[in-house]
Write a protein that binds this ligand. Structure first.
Ligand code: PLP
Length: 398
């Protein structure tokens, strides 16, 4: 029907000559892994989100692993989280030998239902991992309240939420201050800013930050930059088991450029989301995402719930046939084979809303370079498909 129209991808990173120039500078400097660029990116990121400490790592999955280790999660412990998330959220818990305990998401959204946490707490609960799913801040105020009440640390999986904000004690604050104990970010290309791959941990706790820095670099007592710059011979030590979770300076240089673009990227994404809302709000049965009054999403993804009688895959295929790429809504971790074995997880509640969100929702294209024409095309195509098969005029004939 529209063979001549250009393909609309579901997402697209914003990268140009500025990032190329940043990488070029680093390559020619001769220092390409964790060094001065990483340190500068950390300082700039900390300032941007308003965090006392920021530590860069290789990706958000390794950030989550270190965050869980820092708060003392170990073999046999339990960590309360959602199944309705990317698999990495729960995988990081299992890396610690701990058991993910899943609670359902809230009605009318894709984030953890704070009302379900208390019943999931046991003597073994060592942490809560809440997710700012698709960039939409979860109900941190209530989640942190439950955490404080039971003295359980709260780790924010903020993989998608770089640039999102929350109204906190009367002022708008960026996700990552952090409002829990530690926040973990991702710079995968599918997120709002990218370094190819990359992650960041933010915290107000200097002891956690010290641990992150030790563990990301093999547990080595001396940073490479310190040894390199020293006029004295230094022998390093390895007091603890560590990992290689470093970010490279090549990545950090890209991250610094991306961070400068971020305010503009978020503002453009918010405009696009508002336009989608206008285009789609009156489509019968279609539920557009709700942004609670106390949040400002970066709209990492724009995810709609389809009317009950509309098939997800058929809709996605029909859109793809018209050159419009979409994704199904967020997965459910507990439905994957990697989580089939007993002991791999525990469900504290029924996960009906999580499953319904996976099977009934579609993520629409959203990226900063999208034109109004792209938006109208997606909105129009989706609207036409939202007619249940039985109400087609041809079905009534005879
Ligand atoms: C992308 C994502 C991750 C993993 O991030 P990586 O940087 O790819 O490791 C974790 N949690 C959530 C919710 C994500 O969306």
């Amino acid at each position: 029907m529209s063979g001549a129209l250009p393909q609309i991808p579901v997402a697209k990173p914003q990268l140009d000559e500025q990032e190329v120039e940043a990488v070029r500078r680093v390559v020619l400097s001769g220092w390409v892994t964790q060094g001065p660029e990483v340190a500068a990116f950390e300082a700039e990121f900390a300032e941007y989100v308003g965090a006392p400490y920021a530590c860069a790592v290789s990706n958000c999955t390794t950030a989550l692993h270190l965050a869980l280790m820092a708060v003392g999660v170990g073999p046999g412990d339990e960590v309360i989280t959602v199944s309705h998330s990317f698999v990495a959220t729960a995988n990081a818990i299992r890396y610690c030998g701990a058991v993910p305990v899943f609670v359902d998401i809230e009605a009318g959204g894709f984030n953890m239902d704070p009302d379900l946490i208390e019943a999931a707490v046991t003597a073994r609960t060592k942490a809560i991992v809440c997710v700012h799913q698709l960039g939409m801040p979860c109900d941190l105020r209530r989640i942190v309240e439950v955490g404080r009440h039971f003295a359980i640390p709260v780790i924010e999986d903020a993989a998608c939420a770089t640039g999102s904000e929350i109204l906190w004690e009367g002022e708008w604050q960026r996700i990552g201050r952090p409002h829990g104990d530690i926040a973990c970010f991702s710079f995968h290309p599918r997120k709002v800013v990218t370094t190819g791959d990359g992650g960041m941990l933010t915290t107000a706790n200097p002891d956690y930050d010290r641990k992150f820095r030790l563990w990301r670099q093999h547990g080595m007592s001396v940073a490479d930059t310190v040894r390199h710059g020293s006029k004295q011979v230094i022998y390093e030590e390895y007091p603890e088991l560590g990992y290689n979770y470093r970010m490279t300076d090549l990545q950090a240089a890209i991250g610094r450029v991306q961070l400068r673009r971020l305010p503009e990227l978020v503002s453009r994404r918010r405009q696009i989301a508002a336009k989608y809302e206008n285009l789609l709000k009156d489509v019968p049965g279609l539920v557009t995402p709700i942004e609670p009054a106390w949040t400002r999403s970066n709209w990492q993804s724009y995810c709609v719930m389809l009317p009950g009688d509309i098939d997800q895959k058929v809709t996605m295929q029909a859109l793809l046939d018209q050159g419009i790429s979409t994704r199904r809504g967020v997965m459910n971790i507990h439905l994957e084979s990697a989580y089939a074995a007993s002991g791999s997880h525990r469900a504290s509640t029924d996960l009906a809303r999580s499953v319904a969100a996976q099977t009934g929702s579609v993520i629409l294209p959203l990226f900063a370079q999208m034109t109004d024409q792209d938006l109208t095309r997606v909105g129009g195509a989706l609207r036409e498909l939202m007619v249940p098969p039985l109400s087609l005029p041809s079905a009534r004939v005879g």
